[in-house]
Write a protein that binds this ligand. Structure first.
Ligand code: NAD
Length: 416
C-alpha cells in the first residue's frame, strides 16, 4: 500500500515498469527508482473576499535527490491530488535526466479552481502555499516553477514570500518569474518554442513540410505553440480551452485569439462561426497535433482515430499506455513524447536558476541558442535509441532518463 493512487499515478507506474523491463532493471531496484523520496501535504487557509475563511489542500512531491536539487512546477487545479502530483514529479525526473540537467523531479499543487478566486484571493493562496513549504524547499533543495493554473505573477509572489522570511531577496528559489524580478528572457515562451522546434525536427525526419496544426489548450504552452506554428507558416486550423473549441480549415487568426485570451482569460466569446465540437478536435485531420492541456486525453480509441502525422506532446502525460500500444502499430504517426517535447520549459528554468545564482544575465538569443542545442541533442539521442532498440520514441526517451537516474543511484550507493 502507498499513498500514491489514482489513474495518473497508475499511468506513471505502468510506463516505468515498461521501461524497467526494457532495460532489464532488477526487480529489487525498481521501487527505489519509482517511489518519491518525500511528499508534503499542507492545509492553506485564506480569507475570502466575502469575509469567510476557506482552506485548500496543497502538496509537494520530491521524487529523487540523486542528481542535485529537485525541480518542478506548481499546479493550481481542481484535479490535483497527491497521486497526480507524484506522477508529474516522476515524469520530471526522467525529463531532467534526458535533457542532462542536474536535477531530480518534483511537482506541487493546490486543489483549487483558480478561475473561481479573485486576484487578491489568488495572491493570498499563493503566498500561504509557499509559506507552508518554506521548511521543505530552497535554491539547493527544491526549486518551483509554473504549471497549469499558475503563471509568472504567482512565481513573483512565491519568490517575495520566501524572500520576506529569509530577510533578503532570494530570486533563485523559483523559476518562471517575470523578468522584472529576476526571471530570464525567453522563459515564458520556452515550452511552446521547444514544442514547435521539436515538431519541426520530427517533420524534417519524416520528410514532411507541415501545413496545418491543431492545438488543444490555450494557456501558456498552447498559445505560444500556436503563435510559433503560425510564425513558421503553419496554419492553425483548430484550438480549444476548457471553455470553447474553434475550427476553421482556412486557419484561425492566432494573434487575435491571443489578444482575446489576454483580455478575457478564456477562449469563449471569440467567434460564433468557428465554434466546433471539442470531443472531435483531436481526431481532425492535421499535420501536427499539439495536446497542450491535460493528462490522458488520448486513449486507445482516440489513438486509433488520430489523423495527424506528428503528435507533439506539449502537455504532460496526454497519451495513455493503452494508446501507446495502438500508436506502435501506426508507424505513419511520429510521436514526440512529452518528456522530450515539453522539456524546453525546464531547460530555460535551469538557465534562469543558473543566471540567478550567478547574478549574471543572458541575452535572449543566447537563451534560445542554448535551448535549441540541448533539445537537438536530446532529440538526436532519442531517435538514435529508438532505432537501435527498435522501440517507439517514448520508450527510447524514458529509457535514457531512467538509466541516468539509475546509474546515479548505483554509483552513490545506498545510505547508510
Ligand atoms: P495553463 O494553465 O497556462 O493552460 C492550460 C490550458 O488548458 C488552458 O487554456 C485551459 O483552459 C486548458 N484546458 C483545461 N482543461 C481543458 C479541456 N478539458 N479541454 C481543452 N483545454 C483545456 O497551463 P500550461 O502551463 O500551458 O500547461 C499546459 C500543459 O503543459 C500541462 O500539462 C503542463 O503540465 C504542461 N507543461 C507546462 C510547462 C510550462 O512551462 N508551463 C512546461 C512543461 C509542461
Amino acid at each position: 500500500m502507498s499513498i500514491y493512487t489514482g489513474p495518473v499515478f497508475d499511468m506513471a507506474r505502468q510506463q516505468f515498469h515498461i521501461i524497467a523491463d526494457h532495460i532489464n532493471m532488477p526487480e529489487d531496484q525498481r521501487d527505489r527508482l519509482l517511489y518519491p523520496k518525500r511528499a508534503i501535504a499542507v492545509s492553506c487557509p485564506i480569507h475570502r473576499d466575502d469575509g469567510t475563511t476557506a482552506v485548500f489542500q496543497g502538496y509537494r512531491v520530491q521524487h529523487h535527490l540523486s542528481l542535485g536539487p529537485t525541480k518542478g512546477g506548481t499546479r493550481f487545479s481542481s484535479s490535483v491530488d497527491v497521486g497526480e502530483v507524484a506522477a508529474l514529479a516522476i515524469w520530471m525526473s526522467w525529463k531532467c535526466a534526458l535533457a542532462g540537467l542536474p536535477y531530480g523531479g518534483a511537482k506541487g499543487g493546490v486543489t483549487v479552481d483558480p478561475t473561481e478566486l479573485s486576484l487578491r484571493e489568488l495572491e493570498g493562496l499563493s503566498r500561504r502555499y509557499m509559506q507552508e513549504m518554506i521548511p521543505f524547499v530552497g535554491p539547493h533543495t527544491d526549486v518551483m516553477a509554473p504549471d497549469m493554473g499558475t503563471n509568472e505573477q504567482v512565481m513573483a509572489w512565491f519568490m517575495d514570500t520566501y524572500s520576506m522570511y529569509q530577510g533578503k531577496t532570494v530570486t533563485e528559489i523559483v523559476t518562471g518569474k517575470p523578468v522584472a524580478s529576476g526571471g530570464t528572457v525567453g522563459r515564458r515562451e520556452a515550452t511552446g518554442r521547444g514544442v514547435v522546434h521539436l515538431a519541426m525536427r520530427a517533420a524534417e525526419t519524416i520528410g514532411l513540410t507541415p501545413k496545418t496544426a491543431i492545438v488543444q489548450g490555450f494557456g501558456n504552452v498552447g498559445s505560444v505553440s500556436a503563435a510559433e506554428l503560425a510564425a513558421r507558416g503553419v496554419k492553425v486550423t483548430g484550438v480549444s480551452d476548457h471553455t470553447a473549441c474553434y475550427f476553421d480549415p482556412r486557419g484561425l487568426p492566432v494573434e487575435a485569439l491571443i489578444r482575446h485570451v489576454a483580455a478575457k482569460r478564456v477562449l469563449a466569446g471569440f467567434s460564433q462561426e468557428a465554434l466546433a465540437d471539442p470531443a472531435s478536435l483531436l481526431t481532425r485531420e492535421c499535420d501536427i497535433l499539439v495536446p497542450a492541456a491535460l493528462e490522458r486525453v488520448i486513449d486507445a480509441a482516440t489513438a486509433g482515430d488520430l489523423k495527424c502525422r506528428i503528435l507533439a506532446e506539449a502537455a504532460n502525460g496526454p497519451t495513455t499506455p493503452d494508446a501507446d500500444v495502438v500508436l506502435a502499430q501506426r508507424q505513419e504517426i511520429f510521436v514526440v513524447p512529452d518528456i522530450l517535447c515539453n522539456a524546453g520549459g525546464v531547460v530555460v528554468s535551469y538557465f534562469e536558476w543558473v543566471q540567478d545564482l550567478q547574478q549574471f544575465f543572458w541575452q535572449e538569443d543566447e537563451v534560445n541558442a542554448r535551448l535549441k542545442q540541448i533539445l537537438d541533442r536530446a532529440f538526436g539521442q532519442v531517435t538514435a535509441r529508438a532505432k537501435r532498440d527498435e522501440v517507439g520514441q517514448r520508450t527510447a526517451a524514458m529509457a535514457i532518463g531512467v538509466e541516468k537516474v539509475y546509474a546515479a543511484k548505483q554509483v552513490r550507493g545506498l545510505f547508510p
